[in-house]
Design a binder for this molecule. Sequence first.
Ligand code: ARG
Ligand code: ASP
Length: 730
Amino acid sequence: MTKKLLLGVVLCFMAAARVQADEGMWLPLLLQQLNEPQMKKLGMKISADDIYSINKGSLKDAVISFGGGCTGGVVSAQGLLLTNHHCGHGRIQALSSPEKNYLADGFWAQSFNDELPVPGLFVTFIVRIEDVSKAALEGVVSNMSERERQSIIDKNLEAIRNNAARESWQNVQIRPFYEGNQYYLFVTETFNDVRFVGAPPESIGNFGDDTDNWVWPRHTGDFSVFRIYADKNNRPAPYSADNVPYRPRYFLPVSLSGVKEGDFAMIYGFPGRTNLYLPAVAVDMQVNVLNPIRVGIRDQILAIMGEAMRANPEIKLQYTAKQAGIANAWKKWIGETQGLKRTNGLEEIRRREAEFKRRVAANPAWNTAYGNLLPELERAYAELSPLASARDYFNETTRGIEIFRVASFVESALNLHDTQGPDAAKARSGQLIGFLKNFYQNYREEIDRRLFERLMAIYFDKVPAEAQPEYATKLYQSHNRSATALTGDIYSSTMLADPGKALHMLETDWDKALETLRQDPVLKLFRAINQLGVEKLQRPVSAQQEQIAALQRQYMAALMAVFPERRLPPDANATLRVSYGQVQGYKPRDAVRYEPITYLDGVMEKYKPGDYEFDVPEKLRQLYANKDFGRYVDATGRVPVAFISTAHTTGGNSGSPTLDARGNLIGLLFDGAWEGVISDYYFSEEINRSIIVDVRYILFVMDKFGGAGHLVNEMKVVTTPPSKGKKHKA
Ligand code: ARG
Ligand code: ASP
């Protein structure tokens, strides 16, 4: 009995120690204090100071936030940068035309002059990070109302921002950490002249498409190449033909040596959002209640779009981007729900809560301060759950109906007209017409009708009665509650479903068109539904979430006090972070083990001639047949394509430089393995894996496939000495 107990204790301890190995996306300026020993134990050969320093060029000077939602890495003295293909996708599409289809055919600038300006694209460097928690929370005391607290903090932040030392071309951002218990300041430099340099065709850059999305083993060459331009003083400047390639403080050497199982691998980037400190009740709601609601609705949307796309290649082209966006989150949510079950994550979170309660109960001061937190959180989430479910039914159904997007464009013009006058609305007419033109390019009435019919039926069935406006329910009644009848009627009378008609009206007589559209049945229906949905669902959900945020902040503070021995990583919040771990295979299910590295051979195994997901360009097949691999091979003579690391990452990390033990670039993160995507809520080292495209595949495709060897020559390509037979433990 005692032996068993002891074993249990030891196992628990080991489990805790293992989790600490790789969980978390850490602040670069705290690595020395919190992570360096662990990173060295995992194999890192450089120091925290090489990763983040304000006194010398360090790795952080080569990591950029790309376009606001992705990450990229600088790889040359002339501002060349690498990010994912899926991060550049929208821009590459916008630069393309039927004659110059860079998505289908790829693109390689042969000289600076060929590089294409990308309007609206920007990249941001982090110059300096500072802990400003003390000044931010000055004057805040525990018994003040949330509103008072926030207004004091807002004033403090304003003062900190104004007093922060910065150059005239730099910006200052302050962000809350640990659910608002700490604040950090970021001095940033944003460049707005970023040009497109190159990308492989989609058949490499998006090989495997939706079928392989979130999946390991993977064979996608998910990269694209851009260059940052600056003014003559190397400072940010709007686009100008006179701008010159940016000279970075540091750029990443690129390693041809790769990694093998057990090697250290670190990921440097801008992860968007995690929720690692939710109580079990909240994770259960999010993953087991809300995810299935959204997934169920998107199942319907994807089935309708998919059927039409398979039947008609023209529709396939029009709907591919929309469909990819809907499917990306859909597939992740399914993975989260399955992963939570498989990892027994809820039970583990409940075990942690039980331990929290035990420690709190044993300490009178903690008991007074923290004793009520979990029960209060449980109550608050119990109240949120039905509201959030209803809100999700509302959001997912109404956002899935395409003609409601048109209605919301028109509504914004009408609102402008009604609040600021006809001239104000007219001043925006060009913008609205532009929006609509873009939108209608990828719009098919026959698909939208089916979406409307299916989604409105769900809306009337599932959205609570008090959030359904009388206008809509009466209309539905008058069609005998038949979505088919309602759809037929609406689409035969609206002017918005016919692109030609709607645009023509707006372009010929804007004022008259607005007045006519005010009476359009789709507009009237959308207005009524949207107004009540915001009022009865979205606002109450936000209000409840505000209360919850205050509780989560106190709970976070309590966790830090009660578990001083645990290093708790801050949740991701789209700021610069370091994740680290090792290259490791995993067991996705019973009796199956995945290897951690894929090869070009695997691309050929998946090759399906003519298939829209798995076709392989002829040139690549030739290179493969001729074994024309150049120096981009591993010790076995094969071209590596992708590998996985135990490092903890999430959406926003896409394009993140992945670095070896010496800080050389070995790849770009582009995805997470499906079995482990629950890691936004619950990290399990057994199953969490980040997916990285090997930099040797990137160089191989550029040089051998794309004929852009000059770009490879621009980089600092290195090889690292083999690790002298020293074995890495798996
Ligand atoms: N899953 C990747 C991340 O969340 C996106 C991959 C893009 N590729 C695709 N086929 N949708 O962004
Ligand atoms: N694909 C995601 C992104 O674009 C990364 C991930 O979730 O692993 O940010």
